[in-house]
Design a protein around this ligand. Structure first.
Ligand code: ADP
Ligand code: ZN
Ligand code: ZN
Length: 728
């Protein structure tokens, strides 16, 4: 119905995929601005909601509409393009808009708090003050000294006090209109230190192209081998962006594990560089958020959720290690921070740079078709050379904690030469499973369809899927035998073996068990700086962008583990991991070598592992094309979990019946997930495979609408996953 009274369509933080209508608060007579926060009654609760639109009509009779209780912001906290981005994300990922919009607010703001004030008072010369001749005013020496000081630029009031300029001196300049107060951070010009070296030809080409593109939307794929100086390209591009007075947003897969990268950004710019990561408290986040929104922060360096930081004047968005799965949010609003970054660049008219030594097939394909500009850094920038890779066929060999005699010999040689070696094994714990030697029983998690992992220090059985921990059983639960043995090697076992075999050298294990504390990785990096010969043994944590200058040997214990994974990205992940881990070797003047253990030396992918990464991609892309898998076509999934095994399957079957496959879509399933039970909930899903994105959006929307209308018990959860990354 039409009304004379405005109706506010509000996004309310509930799982319902719709807007809710409210009347303005009593006595309100302004217009609503989209993005404004309001407090609304919802059931018996009072919630912070966001006005999306002011309308004149509602499906609900006016008399029945409730009024918002208060307006929290007159001018919205969302910059317009950010609000548009979030609305796009709600639609693209088919997630309730009331849950998506708060993602663009800081924790305090979501709870209805006012924006944190971050202004810092400073003093700056007026035109009149600047025009004074040197040494003036001659009759007031202190004032003249202060004017002289301010000629270098604005200075904070507190800083002036510590430099001996009393409040009265400042006041005197203010009274004579020679100086004026200012918001320090905004008034200061952003500057950068000069690069420590000249960019090489390839770097320069990339930088020139990126700089030429500033000011409008474009995507650049920076494909640079590990150590080729990608970070230097980012730094110089950011410097140019800051000179234009625009902000830069840098997304990294991890911050706590890569403190070196953050430190490099901080050291380069004479401008506020702020970090955003999961380890921060709410108050600190509120402050950073406000600094970014107000334009005070010059560079924001953060992990995936930082892609939603409000920015007053963004000019450049960088996604480093764009292939990294850490950019995928796997629950709640499931999204890819890389893909959001690209959409954001489009909405904000800014340049997006995706960097990686191992680009994802999606990005590679986009560069092939010309949607992204590709820049290649083919050489290591500094002294380092790319290591040579050698395969070791271990089929039929007897191994010690997963290691062949050949590898052990190489490790011995490197340590004796006074160098460091890195052993990569992507399984933590001591053994994959605890097995009864007599009857074959193995210890399984009571809450998951998974075997428990044997840990030695401290001893126990851990479930890596739900976190449950048990004491080690003394005997088999099935036959009572005491002959229980570990099966499948984990990092702890290799560590134990190496510590005994090479007892004159330190062995350091790097996995999520040993690196749990925030201080652990910086401490390790500090220790490695000494250059003492030692052994690193660890999981994919070692593949992240670290610089280990003295590592000259990398051993990959089990390259086959990913080869036969059920995940359609298994092979892509394998070549990425191997390339990234191998890239840790020989980053300085000492040459590096990489040894890869495999039982499949003839497998087409393994046999080619010594080729440059990009040469492996055409074959993988062809396979995906043949299978109709991304980057060809598009996938969406509806996932369910419930306490009852059948309930989810029934729900999805019902959906499928009522929403027949829309044009261009194929529905697969429902089926139980590969590991159906996790944390005592049964998981199943139904896949929608579409020939193109438009068809997928259409098909998913129909299914989601139908799911919203399907009754189910409160014990069942369902969710939507567009462009799924997780194995299906
Ligand atoms: P990436 O980000 O590609 O892994 P980095 O930017 O970390 O590479 O560069 C690797 C090393 O090479 C660093 O120590 C860096 O200081 C150095 N470096 C980068 N560019 C140059 C250059 N043009 N000349 C000399 N050294 C460089
Ligand atoms: Zn037994
Ligand atoms: Zn479990």
């Amino acid at each position: 119905m039409n009304t004379d009274t405005p109706v506010w369509k509000c996004a309310v933080p509930t799982p319902l995929r719709r807007l809710f209508d409210y009347r303005p608060p009593k006595g309100w007579n302004g217009k609503a601005t989209p993005g404004m926060r309001v407090t609304v009654p919802f059931g018996r609760r009072s919630l912070t909601a966001i006005v999306v639109q002011e309308a004149r009509d509602s499906d609900i009779p006016l008399a029945q509409l409730r009024s918002a209780s208060s307006v929290l912001d007159i001018s919205p906290l969302y910059p317009r393009p950010l609000l548009a981005l979030l609305q796009w994300a709600a639609d693209y990922y088919q997630h309730p808009v009331g849950e998506v919009l708060p993602v663009g607010l800081s924790p305090g703001e979501r709870r209805g708090k006012p924006e944190r004030s971050v202004a810092e008072a400073g003093l700056t010369l007026t035109e009149r003050g600047q025009g004074l001749p040197a040494g003036a005013p001659h009759n007031a020496r202190k004032q003249a000294a202060l004017i002289d000081r301010l000629r270098q630029g604005p200075v904070g009031l507190d800083q002036l006090k510590t430099e001996g300029f009393a409040r009265s001196i400042c006041q005197a300049l203010l009274n004579k209109a020679l100086a004026t107060t200012c918001d320090l951070a905004i008034a200061q010009r952003w500057e950068s230190l000069p690069p420590p070296f000249t960019a090489n030809e390839e770097q320069q080409l990339a930088i020139t192209n990126i700089l030429a593109a500033l000011g409008q939307f474009s995507v650049h794929l920076l494909y640079g081998v590990t150590g080729s100086g990608k970070t230097e390209v980012y730094l110089q591009s950011i410097a140019a962006c800051l000179t234009r007075g625009q902000q830069a947003l840098v997304l990294l897969p991890e911050i706590s594990l890569t403190p070196q990268t953050l430190a490099r950004f901080e050291a380069r710019f004479k401008a506020p560089v702020l970090a955003l990561h999961s380890g921060m408290g709410d108050a600190e986040r509120d402050k950073t958020w406000a600094a970014a929104r107000s334009g005070r922060a010059a560079v924001i360096v953060g992990t995936r959720s930082a892609v939603f930081t409000p920015l007053m004047k963004p000019g450049l968005i960088i996604v480093d290690e764009e292939h990294d799965p850490a950019f995928i949010q796997q629950d709640g609003l499931r999204y890819s921070a890389r893909d959001i970054a690209i959409k954001r660049g489009q909405l904000e008219d800014c340049v997006v740079v995706l960097g990686s030594a191992t680009p994802s097939l999606e990005s590679w394909q986009n560069a092939d078709t010309g949607r992204y500009q590709r820049h290649v850094l083919s050489q290591r920038a500094g002294l380092g050379r790319l290591p040579a890779k050698h395969l070791i066929d271990i089929s039929g060999l007897s191994l010690s904690a997963g290691l062949s005699n050949e590898i052990i010999g190489h490790i011995d040689r490197v340590l004796t030469d006074g160098q460091q070696a890195l052993i990569f094994l992507n399984r933590r714990g001591f053994a994959n499973a605890l097995v009864c030697h007599d009857c074959g029983w193995n210890a399984e998690c009571q809450a998951c369809d998974a075997r428990m992992t044997l840990h030695k220090a401290p001893p126990g059985l851990h479930c890596h899927h739900c976190g449950r921990r048990h004491r080690l059983p003394a005997t088999c639960a099935q036959c009572g035998s005491a002959r229980l043995v570990g099966s499948g090697i984990g990092t702890q076992q290799t560590e134990t073996f190496l510590s005994e075999r090479f007892n004159a050298f330190p062995v350091v294990r790097v996995d999520s068990d040993t690196m749990a504390s925030r201080a652990a990785m910086p401490a390790l990096i500090e220790r490695l700086k000494s250059g003492e010969p030692l052994l690193l043994i660890g999981t994919q944590m070692l593949s992240k962008g670290h610089h280990f200058p003295d590592v000259t040997l990398v051993a990959i214990v089990d390259a086959d583990a990913l080869l036969f994974s059920p995940d359609f990205r298994g092979e892509e992940r394998l070549i990425q991991l191997v390339t990234q881990v191998a890239g840790r070797a020989g980053r300085e003047e000492k040459a590096g070598e990489v040894f890869i253990q495999t039982r499949q030396p003839d497998h087409h992918l393994i046999a080619q592992l010594d080729a440059p990464y990009h040469q492996l991609l055409p074959a993988l892309l062809a396979q995906r094309l043949q299978a109709g898998l991304p980057p060809h076509g598009a996938l969406g999934v509806i996932r369910c979990d419930s306490q009852d095994k059948q309930e989810g399957l029934d729900f999805l079957t019902e959906l499928r019946k009522h929403a027949p496959a829309p044009p261009g879509c194929r529905i697969i399933g429902p089926v139980l997930a590969a590991m159906a039970r996790r944390k005592n909930r049964y998981r199943c899903h139904m896949i929608v495979a579409a020939s193109h994105r438009g068809a997928l959006a259409h098909g998913m929307r129909a299914l989601v609408a139908s799911a919203e209308g399907t009754r189910h018990s409160s014990k069942l959860n369902w969710s939507v996953d567009i462009d799924p990354y997780e194995s299906l």
